[in-house]
Design a protein around this ligand. Structure first.
Ligand code: GLN
Length: 187
């Protein structure tokens, strides 16, 4: 299993550590050629405007769209914003997933917080999720579907075939279940 991590900006190193722990081969992706031969790609958290601008500068937008039509891509936080079709702002987006997101949706008071989520795909044990200046997934339309929501109903994870978007950061925890789930999609 060979998984790329988009390494333009953000916390790509933490994803690489987690993937290696699970026995996957990893590649830092900075140029279109680095996508060759990958089974899947993770787009990390960071700043979605910066990731988008750098992706434009490095000629990655179309190659990433093409990759996502055939293979698995998972965006965490800023990566989820970058995967969406609408972030209610003018910034470069891949537009691969039928989700609308609202950036920094939790405001200043709760910049960061943690919450236990029920995610049936990961088993019965609750999933402890870490949110950092996180977006909310405002709406999900076909063929995308809701994967996880906060107790108040706000959506924080969605899936569309082999594409995954999470508002939170599984790479910052010790729980590898989300990365394992992604590897099954990439297989
Ligand atoms: N607030 C960032 C954005 O809007 C995302 C934060 C993160 O990735 N932790 O792009």
């Amino acid at each position: 299993m060979k998984i790329g991590v988009l390494a333009l900006q953000g916390d790509f190193a933490e994803h690489i550590v987690m993937l290696k722990r699970l026995g996957a081969e990893t590649v830092e992706v900075r140029l279109p050629a680095h996508l060759e031969g990958l089974d899947g790609l993770i787009i990390p958290g960071g700043e979605s405007t910066t990731i988008g601008k750098l992706a434009v500068d490095f000629g990655l937008i179309e190659p990433l769209r093409e990759f996502g039509r055939r293979r698995a891509i998972w965006g965490t936080c800023a990566g989820a914003i970058f995967l969406s079709k609408d972030a209610r702002r003018n910034q470069p987006l891949l537009g691969l997933m039928e989700i609308t997101v609202q950036r920094n949706a939790f405001g200043r008071q709760v910049d960061s917080f943690e919450a236990d989520l029920a995610i049936p795909e990961l088993g019965e044990r609750p999933y402890h999720a870490v949110f950092i200046r996180a977006p909310i997934i405002e709406s999900v339309s076909e063929p995308a579907r809701v994967l996880a929501a906060l107790p108040d109903g706000r959506i924080v994870a969605a899936q569309q075939g082999k594409l995954l978007a999470t508002s939170f950061h599984p790479e910052l925890t010790e729980d590898s279940r989300f990365h394992e789930f992604f590897l099954t999609l990439a297989r």
